[in-house]
Ligand binder design. Structure first.
Ligand code: ADP
Ligand code: ASP
Ligand code: MG
Length: 486
């Protein structure tokens, strides 16, 4: 059994939904198809929710009307009258529930994370209804399932954490009988259910994570992430237009890439696949015959000598904590981590120069008020401590990560990375070789990050590929050679 996941662009309009349906139907056995909201709809729903929170009823109504329109546009392509009418009736219910939720927020005059999740889930729910109806209209027996009854999570709205054992139980109870009955099961991406029954979301881009969670819960043979690029590329194509497809990467490498900003995979996507050793393939709905990228266990990835990809992540803070006395380091670290955990701030990397008793933390604090707030929270927490400590915070920081197990493990690569960055006039705020030896990470000013990515890509990936091309004899040369020999 295979789990296929279709992102927003891949179900962005009638034509795309049709293409996605054809891919689903091309599977040898009925699969599970995880669907995102129609491209752009999640942003619209969030905009409507925020407008309602700001008591802007007119804006909330205008934007929710746009959402309705996008859904009705896709429904128009359902090629069977009965199926279309039934889908329209279900969409009516979802849109009515959306209006109710927006009305509640308007009345309250504030938007809670809980209400936001309830509102934004409309996008995936509508798409699951539309995709299942499209499949049935084409003669493929299919049902839709809302994942708030399958993916069990905690109650952290907006970034809920899944409860894997309960998810496995629920997925097997709900989905297995459907598959056994020969049905294709269309499941909403992105959403889950809290212990109190409320709908949660897994964080932006979370449908990828839904796919591997379900893959693991159902012991799938493979998870396929169908998207709008032909695989994991050697860099973000918006930064490096001639980035190339990486044919094969390990779980570790994929995890580092996703962690350090490759939007093609939600940062948590790989973990569930690792646990059950499920291959993950990234494929393009625009070029469905291309092989894409295969993500498997390290031992199965051949070669791996060069760096494979360069990624970047913006919106970070760099915290530097100076502790003059060595014996105070552990206590100071505990306090810093305590504050970061309390505020739900994700730590991307930590390094320590013990000779200077300095610890640096790269943290993702985009949504946490920047240095003004994080710096003063830390200073406050450390103020009462009975040791000396100084905190400095740098804003507008980005990281570039160069990923590739073979190369990243060699000490010489880090010095070359630093050379290349220096050659491109990119100041390096901190640099570290990850313990996993899969990624080299440098913190740089956000303003320089595009230049940094391009320089690293040029030096390590483009030139590497060009050398390989030059080494490979061309066909004419081979023919000439064989003539001479003959
Ligand atoms: P989906 O809606 O299918 O989930 P996303 O927009 O979330 O698609 O992710 C795909 C996008 O990720 C691509 O269109 C591309 O712009 C971006 N991206 C960033 N880095 C990479 C990378 N290294 N490889 C491929 N795509 C990348
Ligand atoms: N629709 C959600 C988002 O835009 C989830 C996803 O597409 O993966 O974030
Ligand atoms: Mg995505």
């Amino acid at each position: 059994m295979i789990v296929l996941k279709f992102g927003g662009t891949s179900v962005g309009d009638v034509g795309r939904v049709r293409e996605a349906a054809a891919i689903v139907e091309g599977q040898p056995r009925p699969p599970v198809a995880v669907v995102s909201a129609v491209g752009g709809v999640t942003n619209l729903l969030l905009e409507a929710a925020r407008a309602a929170g700001a008591r802007d009823a007119a804006r909330a109504e205008t934007v929710s009307a746009l959402v309705r329109e996008r859904h009705l546009g896709v429904a128009a392509g359902i090629g069977d009258d009965e199926e279309r009418m039934a889908a329209l009736a279900e969409l009516d219910q979802l849109h009515a529930a959306l209006e109710d939720a927006l009305a509640d927020v308007l009345t309250a005059g504030e938007l809670t994370h809980r209400d936001s999740d309830r509102i934004v889930a409309t996008g995936e729910k509508a798409m699951s209804v539309l995709m299942a109806a499209t499949l049935r209209a084409r003669g493929t027996p299919a049902v839709h399932v809302f994942a708030d009854r399958v993916i069990a999570t905690d109650g952290r709205h907006g970034a809920a954490r899944p409860d894997r054992p309960r998810t496995r139980q629920q997925a097997q109870a709900v989905i297995c009988p459907m598959l056994e009955a020969g049905l294709t099961v269309v499941v909403t991406g992105f959403i889950g259910g809290a212990p109190d029954g409320a709908t949660t979301t897994l964080g932006r881009g979370g449908s990828d994570y839904t796919a591997t969670l379900l893959g693991a819960a159902l012991d799938a043979d493979e998870v396929q992430i169908w998207t709008d690029v032909p695989g994991v590329l050697s860099a973000d194509p918006r930064q490096v237009p001639d980035a190339r497809v990486v044919a094969q990467i390990s779980y570790d490498e994929a995890q580092e890439l996703a962690h350090f900003g490759a939007k093609v995979l939600h940062p948590r996507t790989i973990r569930p696949a690792v646990a059950r050793n499920i291959p993950v393939r990234i494929l393009s709905t625009f070029a469905p015959r291309q092989p894409g990228t295969l993500v498997t266990r390290e031992e199965e990835v051949p070669g791996g000598e060069g760096l494979k990809a360069v990624t970047a992540l913006r919106g970070l803070l760099l915290l530097a904590v100076d502790v003059p006395e060595l014996e105070d380091l552990a206590g100071a670290s505990a306090k810093v981590f305590g504050v970061l955990a309390e505020d739900g701030i994700e730590v991307l990397s930590v390094s320590q120069a013990s000779s200077r008793r300095r610890m640096t933390y790269l943290v993702d604090a985009g949504a946490h008020g920047g240095c003004a707030r994080v710096g003063s929270r830390l200073a406050g927490a450390l103020d009462g401590a009975d040791f000396e400590v100084e905190v400095a915070c740098t804003q507008d920081v980005a990281v570039v990560a160069a990923v590739g197990a073979g190369a990243a493990a060699r000490p010489a690569t880090l010095s070359r990375v630093l050379d290349v960055l220096a050659g491109a006039n990119v100041p390096v705020l901190s640099a570290s070789q990850q313990e996993s030896n899969v990624a080299l990470v440098a913190a740089v000013p956000a303003a320089d990050v595009d230049r940094a990515v391009r320089a690293l890509h040029d030096a390590f990936i483009r030139s590497h590929a060009a050398n390989a091309r030059n080494r490979r004899p061309r066909r004419q040369e081979l023919l000439a050679e064989s003539v001479r020999v003959g």
